[in-house]
Design a binder for this molecule. Structure first.
Ligand code: FPP
Length: 248
């Protein structure tokens, strides 16, 4: 049994042979982090993007198979235009770097969400990143971008209905597994653990279908301050839970 623990910081032991396959994170608290420092909100998002880099790299090193992050929701368009634009610019910068280092990192990347409203160059960059990285299978990082759980379910229902109209599917034979195939997450196991930093106790339209039996871990730490040790704490908490899936 392999254990991971850090010397100086108090972190519970994590069994590396019993990791969740799929961890999902709501990257929350960037605005409050910036406000606490008297900085503009975009500085919080920039710090959050750095945290994302650190945590994605660490997730890969630990051996997690899937990491899904909530980068921009279908509701986030309500924010001031300059804040939206700063998040998109950070993503663009990150994707350019990711493409450069992909051969070394061997991370597979996917985007979950409706990319149609994005600027054409960003949309093309997302598709290019997916295309280049599809050969890799080290760790799959899913970035939820213009993503909403309800929107995803409505889209899936429409796609299924269309298949029925065209004679490719039959409502009488629809199963949960078959319906999952219409979601952005098709082929990816459901998240085992959903982490929400910043102390908020809500799902915020994130992975509504997929998180049905996920374990939740909430911490008051704001996303830009979320460290490798915080991820280890979340994993240790996960390993202390008993998952019963409605059984006993
Ligand atoms: C929520 O915090 C965060 C967001 C809506 C944006 C998340 C974006 C990033 C971390 C940067 C870009 C991402 C990648 C993958 C490079 P909030 O602004 O709602 O925080 P608050 O609740 O404290 O105001």
């Amino acid at each position: 049994m392999a254990f991971f623990s850090r010397r100086r910081v108090q972190v519970p032991k994590v069994d590396l042979e019993d990791l969740p396959r799929h961890v999902a994170i709501i990257m929350d608290g960037n605005g409050r982090w910036a406000k606490g420092r008297g900085l503009p909100r975009k500085a919080g998002h920039a710090a959050g993007a750095e945290t994302f880099r650190t945590i994605a790299t660490f997730a890969k090193e630990l051996g997690l198979e899937y990491l899904t992050v909530y980068a921009f929701s279908t509701e986030n368009w309500k924010r001031p235009a300059d804040e939206v634009s700063s998040i998109m610019t950070l993503l663009e910068k990150y994707l350019h770097e990711a493409i450069e280092t992909m051969a070394r990192d061997k991370v597979k990347m996917a985007f979950w969400g409706d990319l149609a409203p994005l600027a054409p160059h960003l949309r093309a960059l997302c598709r290019e990143t997916e295309e280049i990285s599809k050969q890799y299978d080290g760790c799959q990082v899913n970035i939820c971008l213009n993503y909403g759980g309800r929107d995803e379910l409505v889209r899936a229902a429409k796609a299924f209905a269309l298949d029925c109209v065209e004679g490719h599917a039959d409502p009488g034979h629809l199963t949960e597994e078959a319906f999952s195939g219409y979601l952005y997450s098709a082929g990816v196991p459901a998240p085992d653990l959903v982490i929400r930093p910043s102390g908020e106790l809500r799902l915020s339209n994130f992975l509504l279908w997929q998180a049905a039996y996920a374990e939740f871990y909430v911490t008051d730490v704001l996303w830009p301050d979320f460290s490798k040790e915080d991820l280890l704490r979340a994993l240790a908490a996960y390993q202390s839970r008993s998952r019963r899936y409605g059984g006993i």
